[in-house]
Design a protein around this ligand. Structure first.
Ligand code: ARG
Length: 395
């Protein structure tokens, strides 16, 4: 029998996929679970796979690759889609797709399958990445192909003896190191505040404020409170600390690639805090000109990562520009977290362009105020001329 590689999470969609691939497509299924920090019980996922009759299950720990090749570039690009969403799910898809393509080659599989619906962004990310890496592989997306709904899937799971965890019945959840997306259920009603049970990291409490100092080197976080740490530990620690201070929930209206407007709920304490800190440090060390231009590059970067164009050459071009800007993004940013809010309260860098003796109002400095008169006159030359014309031509 021909073989198919199925990107398998053990959730509702992908469990249903196993049976459909066997029954409808007559394929031997090899399940693949890529560990990007989702903190699942991987033993249980392997058992579920074999209970469903997959001929093999493969687990790949890709956390370090995810950090190095996806999370680090996201931080450098201050990547927030529509100024809000740190792209956790979005950046994991090209990595999972790449691992699936590699596995397909190893096992001589003829196809790759995923559990994406036809309504979301993940199908775009998976399909484009798979096709970019190996155009000869078939792509089978049973949920999309058969127009399945979650209700139908649950029914099918029930009839076929497929076990589904309680949370997975309530919400559609996607989690990794960079954040957690929660969809479905009561969240589909725009007027409902997300219930507390939707969240795992973010707690509501009113403890005293906490401060944390994040050290950056060339745009990459390297320490917390002066202690050198690897990025995985920094992210995990910040998810914990910021989350326990109520920081990290995102609830916004999002434009999906395929045209749908959706209400998206996420928790991403570490991502939000790290991007805020990184962006603040950039403001201290980059020139006004660099910052204005990079803002557009960053936005384009987020759009490409969101919309499945991870392997388009333009993303490499943007990364080259961004890498160049990060040479001086080194320093310490102190953040205060309290009761759901987070705010930079202190910053320090050897590349700082802040010059206290220039800016101070307090004492005499080497800044000659009289020079400003001429500058302001020239700066406003065209604006005042245009206004004069408007008055002139008014009858
Ligand atoms: N809207 C988000 C995105 O496009 C989240 C997707 C969540 N995926 C999921 N299978 N629950 O990245």
């Amino acid at each position: 029998m021909n073989k198919v590689i199925l990107a398998f999470s053990g959730g509702l969609d992908t469990s249903v996929c196993v049976r459909y691939l066997q029954k409808l497509h007559n394929l031997d299924v090899i399940t693949l679970t890529v560990d990007v920090g989702q903190n699942d019980d991987f033993r249980e996922i392997e058992n579920a796979s074999s209970e469903l009759g997959a001929i093999e299950h493969v687990y790949i720990d890709a956390k370090q690759e995810f950090l190095r090749d996806f999370i680090v570039p996201s931080i450098k690009a201050n990547a927030l889609y529509q100024q809000k969403y740190p792209l956790a799910t979005a950046i994991s898809r090209p990595l999972i797709a790449k691992k699936a393509v590699e596995l397909a080659k190893e096992h001589n599989a003829v196809a790759i399958s995923h559990g994406c619906t036809g309504k979301g962004n993940d199908q775009v990310r998976f399909d484009i990445t798979i096709r970019s890496l190996n155009p000869n592989l078939n792509i089978i997306a049973p949920i999309r192909d058969m127009n399945l709904t979650r209700d139908k899937e649950l029914e099918y799971a029930n009839e076929n003896g497929i076990k589904i965890a309680e949370v997975a019945k309530k919400y559609s959840i996607d989690e990794n190191l960079w954040g957690r997306a929660i969809e479905g259920g009561s969240l589909e009603n725009l007027e409902n505040e997300p219930p507390r049970d939707a969240f795992k990291f973010v707690k509501q409490n009113d403890t005293i404020a906490t401060y944390v100092t994040i050290g950056f080197e060339k745009g990459v976080p390297i320490s917390l409170d002066g202690n050198k740490m690897n990025l995985e530990d920094i992210v995990q620690k910040l998810n914990e600390v910021a989350g326990s201070h109520g920081v990290g929930i995102i609830d916004h209206i999002e434009d999906r690639v395929i045209g749908i407007k959706s209400r998206e709920v996420y928790e991403a304490p570490a991502a939000l805090v790290l991007i805020e800190a990184h962006q603040d440090l950039e403001k201290l060390v980059l020139t006004n000109h660099e910052l204005r231009f990079k803002f557009h590059i960053d936005n384009q970067w987020a759009w490409m990562a969101y919309s499945g164009l991870w392997l388009d050459p333009l993303l490499d071009d943007l990364n080259a520009f961004i890498a160049q800007t990060q040479q001086r993004v080194t320093g310490d940013i102190k953040i205060k977290m309290h009761n759901g809010s987070y705010r930079v309260v202190g910053r320090k860098s050897t590349f700082s362009l802040y010059d206290n003796s220039t800016v101070t109002y307090m004492s005499k400095s080497n800044f000659d105020q009289k020079l400003a008169t001429g500058f302001v006159t020239l700066w406003g030359l065209q604006s005042s001329a245009a206004n004069a014309k408007i008055w002139e031509n008014k009858e």
